[in-house]
Ligand binder design. Structure first.
Ligand SMILES: Cc1cc2nc3c(=O)[nH]c(=O)nc-3n(C[C@H](O)[C@H](O)[C@H](O)COP(=O)(O)OP(=O)(O)OC[C@H]3O[C@@H](n4cnc5c(N)ncnc54)[C@H](O)[C@@H]3O)c2cc1C
Length: 241
């Protein structure tokens, strides 16, 4: 299966660099998807020297194959949050998601990133009348903590079989690889470094410092951020594969 984002933005960086000498930094970020690159962006902008190590190519895995929606809406999630974790938790989760959308919009604007960012409404719809009550319950759940959601009978684009939907206004979409490319340029402008084809094989903690070993060399850093989507380190409460 092809990814539209990979087809339209083939190269995140023009010259691939591999870690082949030992280096040091304030922070070593492991993983070059949107999580690792966003982390490296914020830390670099705050004045820290960051080295990011990516096993293969930047934004090529989940990020390069995602749906590209930037939303607070994740299926029918808020009724579950409300029932299992309470109103305050559900509200905080919603607000954190809305804040993330706004922050991406601000970065796109302030860094002038050409990534096809567009504000859009987001919908979860059903084509089955028997499922309508679940949609309506979700709308009520979101409204109960002050979130913005509406029950609608038509959605954009207009599909024939829609029986009802929950609409979230002020959501967005973009091309994730174009967005990440814009962040990478800013990270490098700040003097931080990114290395591809540099798989991390172990992380050691020595005298308040971390030694992050890749295939050919290591990075010594005061802090390490693991942004590999799936954990790579066997530590308490981490899944690993
Ligand atoms: C099909 C699908 C669609 C999705 N659509 C959306 C969406 O539309 N909107 C949304 O918000 N979320 C979506 N998600 C959720 C998605 O997981 C996140 O939004 C995001 O793309 C994950 O980014 P990431 O950086 O955490 O992971 P990834 O993009 O997977 O990046 C992790 C990186 O770590 C690297 N890595 C792994 N091991 C090592 C190692 N040992 N050393 C160095 N590097 C390593 C990998 O090579 C990879 O590049 C979707 C998920 C899936 C599965």
């Amino acid at each position: 299966m092809k990814s539209l984002w990979k087809e339209t933005e083939e190269n995140i960086v023009s010259d691939k660099k591999e870690l082949n000498e030992d280096l040091s930094a304030d922070v070593c970020v492991i993983g070059g998807g949107i999580t690792g690159i966003s982390t490296a962006y914020y830390l670099s902008k705050s004045g820290m020297k960051v080295i990011l190590l990516e096993r293969d190519s930047l934004a090529d895995k989940t990020t390069g194959n995602s749906t590209a929606k930037i939303t607070s809406q994740h299926g029918l999630f808020y009724k579950y949050l409300l029932d299992d974790f309470g109103k305050d938790f559900a509200r905080k989760y919603y607000l954190a998601n809305q804040e993330a959308i706004n922050r991406i919009a601000e970065i796109v604007k302030s860094e002038n990133i050409d990534c096809d960012f567009e504000w859009q409404d987001a919908y979860v719809f059903t084509a089955d009348s028997k499922e309508l009550s679940k949609i309506k319950d979700e709308v009520e759940a979101v409204k109960s903590f002050g979130g913005e959601a509406d029950f609608v009978e038509k959605i954009e684009p207009n599909l024939n079989n829609v029986k009802g939907a929950i609409k979230f206004p002020h959501q967005a979409k973009f091309n994730p690889r174009k967005y990440v490319k814009g962040l990478v340029e800013q990270i490098e402008n700040c003097g931080s470094k990114i290395y591809e084809n540099s798989k991390v094989i172990s992380v050691e903690n020595k005298n308040d410092e971390y030694i992050v070993w890749a295939d050919k060399a290591y990075v010594k850093a005061k802090y390490v951020v693991v942004a590999t989507n799936y954990p790579i380190i066997n530590a308490p409460r981490f899944l690993f594969y």
